[in-house]
Write a protein that binds this ligand. Structure first.
Ligand code: ARG
Length: 399
């Protein structure tokens, strides 16, 4: 049987290749989807795949598509789940789609992934595969064999599977354009404070420059188009912003996260560009959307984020939510000024041709708006409460 494996080159998927070959009797084709992970790890995946005897290996550059079709919608939705900007959750549906495409091209019968049975990624991969390619068989070798990380390392050693187990950094890391997640090892104890060395994208607030950096981000219809007056392609803008904000200590997140199956997990993330862009975007929305739109959008945004976290990217409900979000974004055009300073993000200024801000009315210095007209409105402000209070008094005074 021919099986196409979504292959990162990490421990789980490397072990999965060998299990697929030996236990499932598969010819394995590997697919590494480039969503902005380090170039070296993509190269390494290619080399490993060959070494492990796959019949074909694909590397697919999906950075531009990932940004346009996944990260930009996430900015429009101010997407976070329990404080996490969803980097991994956003990448999984795209990786699954690219793997399905290869399966079609190669006439494969099965798709395989290296997810364990404890995490969220199995839900994201399998929902996408079942929805987009219901005829394909799904194989999850690591989950099927109920393997622990330790058993995987032993298996890799026994089978001569090349793995880098850095004893100082025994973590499970997932990295793409939007975020870097660090799990496992000593981090599994939520009472332990992580060492500085786990971080690669961000500097500590203490070591960040003493001089703040002030940046201006321009948005058009809800998506960023330029940084400090310089027009940038989507991928470049995120990469530049990631380095800039990371240098100022922005984007560290250390949380207890509620996973899909209900497990609480300690998760550490770095997401400098994501947090900066969401802060800037929210600032602009607050200027152009009405109070009711904003209030309702908070509910839509958090529902959208939860759906994405759960891997239900291709659920029609998400299309419905996108319709509302996209309608509101027609006016989210303008500029925001943000200060990056020792781990803090501060909004300094915002402007838009669609601003609902009315200086001619709100200013203390303007007389054209007659304050006296508001007095009539006050009589009925909380009118039912006024009625209730007088009724209560009456009832109390009765014998
Ligand atoms: N907790 C995050 C999520 O569910 C990060 C998962 C990282 N995945 C991984 N295979 N290392 O999206």
């Amino acid at each position: 049987m021919k099986a196409v494996l979504a292959f990162s080159g990490g421990l789980d998927t490397s072990v999965a290749i060998r299990i697929l070959q030996e236990k499932y009797d598969c010819d394995v084709i590997t697919v590494t989807v480039d969503v902005g992970q380090p170039k070296a790890s993509i190269k390494e995946a290619e080399i490993k795949a060959k070494k492990l005897g796959v019949i074909k290996h694909y590397t697919i550059d999906a950075k531009a598509e990932f940004t346009r079709e996944f990260l930009f919608p996430a900015i429009k939705a101010n997407a976070t789940y329990e404080g996490y900007p969803l980097g991994t959750a956003l990448a999984r549906p795209l990786i699954a789609v690219k793997t399905i495409e290869v399966a079609g091209k190669e006439n494969a019968e099965a798709i395989a992934h290296g997810c364990t049975g404890k995490g969220n990624d199995q839900f994201r991969f399998e929902f996408t595969i079942r929805t987009k390619a219901p005829g394909l068989k799904i194989i999850a070798p690591i989950r099927d064999l109920n393997l622990t990380r330790k058993e995987e390392i032993e298996y890799a050693k026994e089978k001569g599977i090349p793995i880098q187990v850095d004893l100082n950094k025994p973590f499970s890391v997932d990295e793409n354009l939007w975020s870097r997640s660090i799990e496992g090892g000593i981090l599994e104890d939520p009472a332990i404070r992580p060492k500085e060395t786990i971080y690669e994208w961000t500097i500590s607030a203490e070591k960040a420059p003493d001089k703040p950096k002030i940046i201006e981000i321009k948005f058009e219809r809800g998506v960023p188009v330029s940084l400090d007056g310089k027009k940038m392609a989507p991928v470049e803008l995120i990469q530049v912003l990631r380095a800039l904000a990371g240098k100022h200590g922005i984007g560290r997140i250390d949380i207890i996260e509620n996973r899909i199956i209900g497990l609480k997990a300690r998760e550490v993330y770095e997401a400098p560009a994501a947090l900066t862009l969401i802060t800037a975007h929210k600032q602009l929305e607050s200027l152009v959307l009405t109070k009711d739109e904003l209030k309702f959008k908070e509910v839509v945004d958090s529902t959208w984020s939860e759906l994405t976290y759960k891997g239900l990217w291709f659920d029609p409900f998400k299309e419905d939510l996108d319709a509302y979000i996209n309608k509101t974004q027609e006016r989210v055009t303008g500029e925001t000024t943000i200060k990056l300073f020792k781990g803090a993000l501060l909004s300094l200024a915002r402007s838009s041709p669609f601003a609902l801000y009315a200086p001619e009315v709100v200013s203390f210095d303007v007389k054209s708006f007659d304050q006296r007209e508001v007095a009539g409105m006050l009589k009925f402000h909380g009118f039912q409460a006024q009625l209730f209070e007088s009724k209560r008094k009456k009832l109390k005074s009765k014998p």
